[in-house]
Design a protein around this ligand. Structure first.
Ligand SMILES: Cc1ncc(COP(=O)(O)O)c(C=O)c1O
Length: 447
């Protein structure tokens, strides 16, 4: 009988994920698969980590829910203290919600309210980037530049949002342009967008420090985020960095912005915060932003029933404790370098691999029909999905995406294993992935 659960694919039911252990997932096909992407770069501690499970049980034995209109809770308080220890980058407060999309919504509203509190009521415009992803709720989708996900909903997306180019050097830097020239061109484009909107009308610029699923682990060139920060500061707009996917250690530092030499005014976090043990996301807020609200109306005009949920917070607190106590970011750095090297050895010369890129344990491979022209495969072939299925057949879960360039053309696949991945597991992941890529390409019609 067909599933009554509305699946992502309404024509085909997926297998049931039955149990997990460390980097492995066992499913109803009888397969045990290496979770090479932690879902969508979520399971940073792998599955069934005993300390996280114990922390959740302990919290559940005490209390599962209390409304935040009357109460705070211990686990959320401790989580805020831990995440904000030392006030990284001047970030002083944490607002907790239940997903990345909710985090983006909170960030956008916080930015708007910050300006209202300061009497700049005209600041309502948000500048974002093309081929970005900030979430699927309508506000977050309006901010997102992911053309494929936006397309059906265009008529109902708010018009307060506009989009500039991402920093996507592999395709967009011209041959006659130095890296610095390209960064300067992007900065000029952003400046021009501020001028078009009227700089006094812009509330915030939002971007992913490392673009996750939509472009496939694209890092910015040196100096790009510094230029962006300078433009925002000069025009009094806030800088929102969306680290839902690339943050909380995924790229080798706790925050991806640490490697860009800038700090955000508001930062969105989610996936690696709770590692998938519970649905949780949030925003980190700079002191001056929180102060504007505290000294102004005294309340954030926003809220969700499940914000700062006790069990979700307890799970995230345990995840964050393990990351710190086991010094896992060191392993992310070392194994990330190894993963990049192994991918390059295995696929770097492949005629259909255009680019292998990433940072920390966050890597993607982009496919082309021709390395010189960087031409893409026919979207109908769904090459990324074929790679996913070939990988699954070989015992590897990875995260595929199509429409890399414009929401329609281009294919890439992400690998983002847990932070404690071993060198031997990296080798196995790359061996299975390399075989899957070759099999998927060999299986294409008329190649
Ligand atoms: C950068 C980024 N922002 C926001 C989101 C939305 O998060 P969620 O799916 O938890 O709502 C995602 C999800 O993939 C993401 O990668």
């Amino acid at each position: 009988m067909r599933s009554r659960l509305l699946q992502r694919n309404l024509r085909e039911d997926p297998p049931l994920a039955l149990s997990g252990e460390g980097i492995f997932i066992r499913d109803s096909n009888g397969k045990t698969v290496i979770d090479g992407s932690g879902g969508a770069a979520v399971a940073c501690l792998g599955h069934r980590h005993p300390r996280v499970l114990a922390a959740m049980r302990e919290q559940m034995d005490k209390l599962c829910y209390a409304h935040t209109a009357l109460y705070s809770c211990e686990s959320a308080e401790r989580l805020a203290d831990m995440v904000l220890e030392g006030e990284p980058g001047g970030l002083t407060h944490l607002y907790l919600c239940s997903s990345g999309s909710e985090g983006t919504e909170a960030a956008l509203k916080m930015a708007r309210q910050y300006h209202l509190e300061r009497g700049e009521t005209q600041r309502s415009r948000i500048i974002s980037r093309r081929q970005s992803y900030h979430g699927n709720t309508l506000g977050a989708l309006a901010a997102s530049g992911n053309a494929m996900r936006r397309a059906p909903y265009m008529p109902v997306l708010a018009e307060a949002f506009s989009h500039v180019s991402p920093c996507y050097a592999y395709r967009d830097r011209r041959d006659d342009e130095s890296e610095a020239d390209y960064v300067a061109r992007l900065a000029a484009e952003l400046e021009a967008e501020f001028q078009r909107l009227g700089p006094q009308n812009v509330a915030a610029f939002i971007a992913e420090p490392v673009v996750g699923a939509t472009l496939g682990c694209v890092t910015a060139l040196p100096g790009y985020f510094k230029a962006v920060r300078e433009i925002c500061d000069r025009h009094g707009a806030l800088l929102i960095l969306d680290e839902v996917m690339c943050g909380m250690g995924r790229t080798g530092t706790m925050h991806a912005w640490e490697q860009e030499g800038v700090t955000p005014d508001i930062q969105v976090i989610a996936k690696g915060l709770g590692g998938g043990y519970q649905p949780i996301g949030g925003i980190l807020i700079a002191g001056r932003v929180e102060e504007a609200l505290r000294n102004g109306s005294g309340a954030f005009m926003h809220g969700h029933t499940y914000q700062a949920h006790p069990v979700a917070s307890a799970a995230a607190l345990a995840v964050q404790q393990v990351i710190r106590e086991e010094n896992l970011l060191k392993n992310v750095g070392r194994m990330g370098t190894l993963l990049g090297e192994r991918l390059t050895e295995r696929l770097g010369n492949h005629r259909h691999v255009g680019d292998i890129r990433g940072r920390g344990l966050f890597w993607a491979v982009e496919f082309v029909t021709d390395r010189a022209t960087k031409a893409t495969f026919d979207p109908k072939l769904q090459l990324h999905e074929r790679v996913k299925m070939e990988a699954y057949g070989r015992g590897l879960a990875c995260y595929p995406m199509g429409g890399t360039i414009d929401g329609r053309h281009g294919n890439h696949v992400l690998l983002s294993p847990p932070y404690a991945v071993t060198a031997a597991q990296v080798d196995t992941i790359v061996a299975r992935f390399g075989d899957a890529v070759e099999a998927a390409l060999a299986g294409l019609p008329r190649l």
